[in-house]
Write a protein that binds this ligand. Structure first.
Ligand code: SF4
Ligand code: SF4
Length: 86
């Protein structure tokens, strides 16, 4: 399983989740060149350890477990993986 970032991150992108992730699997970070152009952040599905720390840290409830992702945002699972070329 993995955690997934969905639509509410678009336009918010405040990186609160990045600050609490223990394995640095949420990108792009503010110090990465891709940050400016990215419309949202993405979780690397193979590196996420399912700790759940990011979920309550998000101010707009954009983060879900893959299994709890609302149906209308189901394509975000693939979108998060694709950001990492998966
Ligand atoms: S669940 Fe944990 S490891 Fe996975 S992205 Fe969130 S904070 Fe990082
Ligand atoms: S905390 Fe939520 S809104 Fe902020 S960058 Fe992470 S997923 Fe996006």
């Amino acid at each position: 399983m993995t955690y997934v970032i969905a639509e509410p991150c678009i336009g918010t992108k405040d990186t609160a989740c990045v600050d609490v992730c223990p394995v640095d699997c949420i990108h792009p970070r503010k110090d990465e060149p891709e940050f400016e152009a990215a419309e949202m952040l993405y979780i690397h599905p193979d590196e996420c350890i399912d700790c759940g720390a990011c979920e309550p840290a998000c101010p707009v409830q954009a983060i879900f477990t893959e299994d709890d992702l609302p149906e209308q945002w189901s394509h975000f699972t693939q979108m998060n993986a694709e950001y990492y070329g998966l």
